[in-house]
Design a binder for this molecule. Structure first.
Ligand code: CUA
Length: 176
């Protein structure tokens, strides 16, 4: 039972004019903020990714990554190959619970990062930059980028993927 019983027939009275005005205003606001600002931000916001996504077969992608790592391997870091490829396509594979391989890149060179998960959804997050991509098995991101600062970057999984999620940390090394 309601605390205050509304008067009979209140549903049929319809909205008072001022309520209609607010309803129209709120709808216009929603349209403006959602479409106009999201569109504008997509074009002008610095955080927007301009990569492309393609369907890939996870097994085939894994093979490509393995061949790539074998070809340009220069060392090892915590059991993961360190790979120093020339400018062009560079691969990064996400799997429970690691990133493969460790990329060693040169500042100022332009690469095409091809990153994909081969098992579960993972989150690609590069620190200290706020570069974040969601990885779904079966799709690869192809992302052109040019490192502008030398240093060691941490690659973190920011999408919960299982018991080892917290340990899913990788590295990208950028040298002068
Ligand atoms: Cu991979 Cu969380």
């Amino acid at each position: 039972m309601a605390l205050h019983t509304p008067p009979k027939g209140w549903q049929e009275e319809g909205l008072p004019p001022e309520e209609r005005v607010w309803l129209v205003l709120a709808t216009l606001f929603a349209i403006v903020f959602l479409s106009a600002f999201m569109g504008l931000w997509h074009l002008t916001g610095r955080q927007t990714t301009h990569g492309e996504a393609y369907q890939v077969d996870p097994a085939a992608f894994r093979q490509e990554v393995m061949a790539f790592a074998e070809r340009y391997r220069v060392g090892e870091l915590h059991g993961v190959p360190v790979v120093a490829p020339p400018p062009g396509d560079v691969y990064l594979m996400a799997q429970a619970f690691s990133w493969y391989p460790v990329l060693k890149l040169k500042k100022g060179e332009t690469y095409r990062l091809r990153v994909a998960s081969v098992d579960y959804p993972h989150g690609f997050s590069l620190y200290p930059h706020e570069w974040s991509l969601q990885l779904y098995p079966g799709y690869e991101w192809v992302y052109p980028f040019t490192p502008t600062r030398a240093g060691e970057y941490a690659l973190i999984c920011n999408d919960y993927c299982g018991l080892g999620h917290h340990a899913m940390v990788g590295r990208i090394l950028v040298e002068e």
